[in-house]
Design a protein around this ligand. Structure first.
Ligand code: ADP
Ligand code: MG
Length: 360
């Protein structure tokens, strides 16, 4: 790999319509040089369509794609010089690993000596230097994906585009390749755009996540920022799990106060006075020991519980707030749960975050 820095990508008001169907609506996004951005959303939310517009295989109905500030919307895909690893973008079965990786360099008519050197360096990068002479059928699924990564990186692309490259692998292998992909990104220092519907993958790999719902970009930010401050009900529910509490909001100095029945919940964030919604993550609620206090305290009874090894998942029925899901590490729970057992739940104000309803 050369020492060049990564490239910055900018999407400006990108839309894609198929007849009257809107696959992507008005997507704008900035990806800084050398960043790892993940497009995260459920199936059919428009992730692949956005990636294909970045790659140049799908023509936007509206909007522009810019690379380092230069408009490339009309540049054909083969002239964009982007590396790609797509689902089902298979290796050539009749070629060896080295020949597969050399292929983009042959297309670019590189001389033999430089080609061989680059192939060796790139196979080294993905730790497949021992496998250069094998054919794809002689490799595991994870090794094949590493060859695909090497083939996408060997010509020193301006961007690496990845469309669910790990989704066909089993859970353990997927976790291993996630770690490898992250290390690879660090080593090559290039801009990576990854597509996934797997929220854990997005959280663990990305510098930034862009969340898509029904063709719209709903929120973009660092993984922890999105997790801690989801903007909408959809984001809170899709990235992790959440309880939702609906009520009437009032402002106070610390954020918002939500009234529901006789209960007041202190929360953070902004909501105009009137009907409002709070997101409250199960792992931010604790079961309080006797005499223990918290900024928010609510009484209830255990409606259901299950033991998860590392902890417990408990459902608590409350009078005003309905059922609340609580996840507790085993060491933190002050009692042995049982159905019908009265408990006091507590959480800090910062755990209850005002979120907007999603647009219909
Ligand atoms: N060529 C096409 N013609 C018509 N509809 C399409 C086409 N490509 C994608 N779509 C539709 O656009 C929506 C978004 O698709 P896609 O970007 O593949 O979603 P994702 O990758 O998030 O699963 C889906 O409803 C899909 O059926
Ligand atoms: Mg897709």
């Amino acid at each position: 790999m050369s020492g060049r820095a990564g490239h910055a990508l900018s999407l400006q008001g990108l839309s894609k319509r198929y007849g009257s169907f809107v696959a992507v609506q008005d997507a704008s996004l900035e990806v800084g040089s050398g960043r790892f951005l993940t497009l995260l959303g459920p199936s059919g939310s428009g992730k692949t369509t956005i990636l294909m517009m970045i790659a140049g295989f799908v023509e936007p109905s509206e909007g522009r794609v810019l690379l380092d500030g230069r408009d490339i919307t009309a540049v054909p895909p083969e002239r964009r010089e982007f590396g790609m690893v797509f689902q089902g973008y298979a290796l050539f079965p009749h070629m060896t690993v080295a020949e597969n990786v050399a292929f983009p360099l042959r297309v670019r008519r590189l001389g033999r000596a430089e080609r061989d050197a680059r192939v060796r360096a790139t196979l080294d990068l993905v730790q497949l230097d021992q496998f250069a002479d094998r054919r794809p059928s002689q490799l595991s699924g994870g090794q094949q994906q590493r060859v695909a990564l090497a083939r996408a990186l060997v010509f020193d692309p301006a961007l690496l585009l990845l469309d669910e490259p790990l989704s066909a692998l089993d859970k353990k292998l997927r976790a291993e390749l996630q770690d490898e992909l992250k290390a690879l990104h660090r080593r090559v220092g290039r801009t990576f755009i990854n597509v996934t519907h797997d929220q854990e993958e997005a959280l663990s790999l990305s510098d930034e996540i862009a969340i898509l719902n029904a063709g719209r970009l709903v929120q973009v930010g660092a993984p922890s920022a999105l997790y801690e401050r989801p903007a909408t009900r959809f984001v809170a529910g899709f990235l992790g799990r959440s309880n939702f509490v609906e009520g009437e909001a009032e402002r106070d100095a610390g954020g918002i106060v939500l009234r529901r029945g006789g209960t007041r919940v202190l929360g953070v964030g902004e909501a105009p006075p009137g009907p409002a919604l709070l997101s409250l993550r199960p792992e931010k609620i604790t079961v309080l020991a006797e005499g223990e206090g918290e900024e928010n305290v609510v009484e209830g009874r255990i409606a259901a519980w299950s033991y998860l090894g590392a902890g417990y998942a408990i459902t608590v029925a409350t009078a005003d707030l309905g059922e609340l899901k609580v996840h507790l590490p085993a060491w933190r729970i002050p009692l042995v749960p049982a159905e019908g057992m009265p408990v006091r739940l507590g959480w800090p104000r910062g755990a209850a975050v005002a979120v907007a309803e999603d647009p219909a």
